[in-house]
Write a protein that binds this ligand. Structure first.
Ligand SMILES: Nc1ncnc2c1ncn2[C@@H]1O[C@H](COP(=O)(O)OP(=O)(O)OP(=O)(O)O)[C@@H](O)[C@H]1O
Ligand SMILES: [Mg+2]
Length: 257
């Protein structure tokens, strides 16, 4: 699904991503973990086209995508959510998801954002599909509520529904459990597993180790921009180098499950 080969990103003298290679097979949940500042979000920005890599190749479904614009990569079948929730004020949960769907239609993303009319048939189709996604993520009862007034966990679900609305093959989730309590986190874990089971490949950045160990098929560990380990969860938990970087961290990053 996704292959990174020797990817680098420098910001001035800082090597934010340093010679990172890994691949994400279709149908898995793969997690990227590592301490704050390890380069996880930067890596997502390189994959999704929000930043160009300094060097290296990124292939998505066999096609080189490094340096392409975010909307071009999105059209190829990749969606993402952001570390900080980015929902528009004054849009309901349903409308927020419909915006994501518009990215795929003739009427386009911009007309979706400004509520310009798509054809009536198209609008109906978008509304129905968006409603199905709200149901899938178990937030259909909030369809007509302003998205930004929902509880944090529900806003995360709206964001995931919006990302899914474009019918991606690959979904990138940047810290989907950030700020959530343990119940909401478990819920998000269930939703991510459900998304994977629908056949959508998931690449996830996350600090919550119990969530990562619970749901991931494979894990990549970054430290200071470099990949220091890549393995299945049980092996990562026993990897001495991984344990070492996490023992130097504060409590929220402890490698406990
Ligand atoms: N646009 C930018 N310009 C300059 N430096 C940046 C930029 N974006 C990120 N950095 C730096 O690159 C490094 C990696 O940052 P990044 O946000 O990718 O880390 P992260 O692993 O996502 O951290 P966190 O867990 O805190 O979200 C950090 O030192 C950060 O300060
Ligand atoms: Mg980050």
């Amino acid at each position: 699904m996704l292959e990174l080969h020797s990817v680098h990103k420098r910001f001035g003298g800082l090597r934010a991503v340093d010679d990172v290679s890994f691949s994400v097979p279709a149908g898995v949940i793969k997690a990227i973990i590592g301490p704050n500042g390890a380069g996880k979000t930067t890596l997502f920005n390189l994959i999704a086209g929000n930043l160009p890599p300094t060097s290296g190749t990124i292939r998505f479904q066999g096609q080189e995508i490094q340096g392409k614009q975010p909307h071009q990569i999105a059209r190829l079948g990749m969606s993402r959510t952001f570390q900080n929730i980015k929902l528009f004020h004054s849009m309901t949960a349903l409308e927020s998801v419909m915006v994501g769907r518009h990215a795929r239609t003739k009427a386009g993303f911009i007309s979706g954002m400004f509520h310009l009319p798509a054809s009536r048939q198209e609008e109906k189709e978008i509304r129905e599909h968006s409603m199905e996604l709200l149901e899938l993520l178990e937030i259909a009862e909030y369809a007509d509520v302003e998205a930004t007034s929902l509880a944090f966990g529900q806003q995360r679900a709206v964001e995931m529904a919006r990302a899914l609305a474009a019918e991606p093959k690959l979904l990138l989730l940047d810290e989907p459990a950030a700020g959530l309590n343990i119940y909401e986190t478990a819920e998000v874990g269930r939703l991510i597993t459900r998304i994977r089971d629908m056949g959508i490949t998931v690449l996830l950045v996350e600090h919550d180790m119990s969530l990562v160990m619970d749901i991931s098929d494979e894990i990549v560990v970054l430290s200071f921009g470099s990949k220091i380990a890549e393995d299945e969860p049980t092996a990562i938990q026993q990897n001495p180098e991984v344990i070492k970087i996490y023992l130097g961290e504060d409590e929220e990053d402890e490698l406990t499950v």
